[in-house]
Write a protein that binds this ligand. Sequence first.
Ligand code: SF4
Length: 331
Amino acid sequence: MNNVNLLDVSNLKVHFPIYLNGLFRKVKGYVKAVDGVSFSLDRGQTLGLVGESGSGKTTIGRAVLRALEPTEGKISFTADGTHVDLATLQGKALKQFRPNMQLIFQDPYASLNPRMTVRDIISEPLECLNSFSRKEIDERVREIAGMCRLNLEHLRRFPHAFSGGQRQRICIARALVSRPKFVVCDESVSALDVSIQAEIINLLMDLQQELHLTYLFIAHDLSVVAHISTKVAVMYVGQFAELAPTERLFFKPLHPYTRALLSAVPTINLETAFEPVKLEGDIPNPANPPQGCRFHTRCPYVSSICKEEIPQWQEWEAEHFVACHRVDELN
Ligand code: SF4
């Protein structure tokens, strides 16, 4: 089932207008949350998305799911021999396509309705489709609950009766009940204790094997991303700085920003630790990004060309992409 292209995102842009106060609400500028991002994913793969808060990771996930309208770009989705451009899908066609893509939220406490039983929470996506009988829905709910290690007795309870890890398993069951092919995990383990994180990550990986799922895995924790991802993209102010297969990105990072992120990961093995790279200042405002390379205001290797020209997105080695003027000198 692997090596079949599922998702192809090309030059994706999501710009949010900034309005002036007043009667006519004129547009005075745009927040360029995502600004020209391209990637592809095969069935069964996981793309890890890392970067500082505000770099545009969640916006990419939501735009691909069409929870946000893309400003520009193509999102090709191929499933069961059918090929659609998600960016242009509208109305009934989009609604019918939605079961193929789902989202697992960050906070398992805020994302479950406390007034609904677990059975009703998990079955809700199927009820919305209006195309299943009650018997079919009950069978599906029981099947997916079992796969997510919930027992039948749990289905009658309300969310308050569960721990954080159990709640996140309910969220995963709800996301998978419609048998999606593509799932966005938006910081899905960040709110959990470390031991529970490991349990949920292993569950996600088991379900990926069993159901041939493809994940877009958004996280801050690089060690979690390294564990689950097939390839990793590093984001900075709405653009990719680097994209590579996981092992290559973690052992041979090319971009100074990737090195700075990796050098900030605590390790007890000094032989594998990276030279510390200290980043000064804050991430720039995406409504007014710096000219040239967006990282030049914080890069320790900045030169004059970095301030003037936008670095090309280039394939430095097979499947290892980077945007940096000085990548040859620095590596
Ligand atoms: Fe640093 Fe220049 Fe490379 Fe940007 S292009 S990452 S400023 S060296």
